[in-house]
Design a protein around this ligand. Sequence first.
Ligand SMILES: Cc1ncc(COP(=O)(O)O)c(C=O)c1O
Length: 366
Amino acid sequence: MVFFSNPLNQYLSHKSEIDFAISNVLKRGKYILGEETKNFEIEFAKFIDAKFAVGVANGTDAINIALVACGVGYGDEVITVSHTAVATISAIEISGAVPVFVDIDPDFFTLNPQKIVQAITKKTKAIVIVHIYGQAADLAPILEIAAEYNLRVIEDCAQAHGATYQNRKVGNWGDISCFSFYPTKNLGAIGDGGAVVTNNKELADKCLLLRQYGWKERYVSKIKGWNSRLDEIQSAVLRVKLRYLESDNKKRNKLALLYFEHLQNIEKIGLPKTRESCSHVFHLFVIRIKERSQLIEFLKKKGIDTLIHYPFPVHLQEAYINNNNPVNLKETESAAMEVLSLPMYPELSESEVIKVSKDIIHFYES
Ligand SMILES: Cc1ncc(COP(=O)(O)O)c(C=O)c1O
């Protein structure tokens, strides 16, 4: 059996360090907002090369908190993509703002900068940029437009821990950025977790308030907030795993190269492209094919798990469809019909990648 992802294996490969870190938290007896979270925030900000990180309960909350901290709320519009986890959109909706979808660039599956200006209205307040699959969106032109129209820029880095654009890490480009530590992410906790990262002290301070009832001190709320804390056990585990993030990302790249090597001659497969001046961290290895359902079935019979990110664009889902104002997102809709994610995680073996590749070749040759 080749699993699609395998958080258990990741735990097992750092078991003694993780067990030690968890047992220290248990013995210390401070389980919420203690030294592990404080230290993780310092270490994660340093990893991104940014000034501040604030741990929160999950990636969806990170986006919501970032939007609220930026002053985005009822009546505002937020430009983003529909080719993303539904979480990006639910976070915008929870803030009270309206998501306005623009199409993606079909080569890289990220927000197409050329589609932004026509989506801007008087109500537009922010752009949420999603760095999908492990690669940065085309930040430079997007930031230029945002500066021209005075829009806030929020980066959704849930799939791109450690990826770079022009040698600078994603999460260090916009006003504020958001990370998820869902267990299968490049940096994954053993439960839910998330963080916002920023170089702006005012925004960081606001996020600190928002994540805990708006408290400026215990029981005294300065602003309206809620509970979105990252707990000590998650922080302790994340501190261990953060030490391996660069080497894990290298392993992902090595496995991606192996997929490239084996699959490059199959014309019917569109392999992932890496944007010039970007480094990819292959959160997902996504191929593009026409005969997707047949290949999924074929691989399933061979004991190989695959997933689709994402089969239904958010703007077409029952919860988010706007029949009064349908949008035309040609590239998004065509990608949703053709993308297929192959197994990819640092503990995946080279022989498993070769097996998956050979079975795919077999599918196309039979
Ligand atoms: C692009 C993107 N944004 C946001 C999220 C939300 O993260 P979480 O599941 O931690 O709320 C995810 C996670 O699935 C994601 O992939």
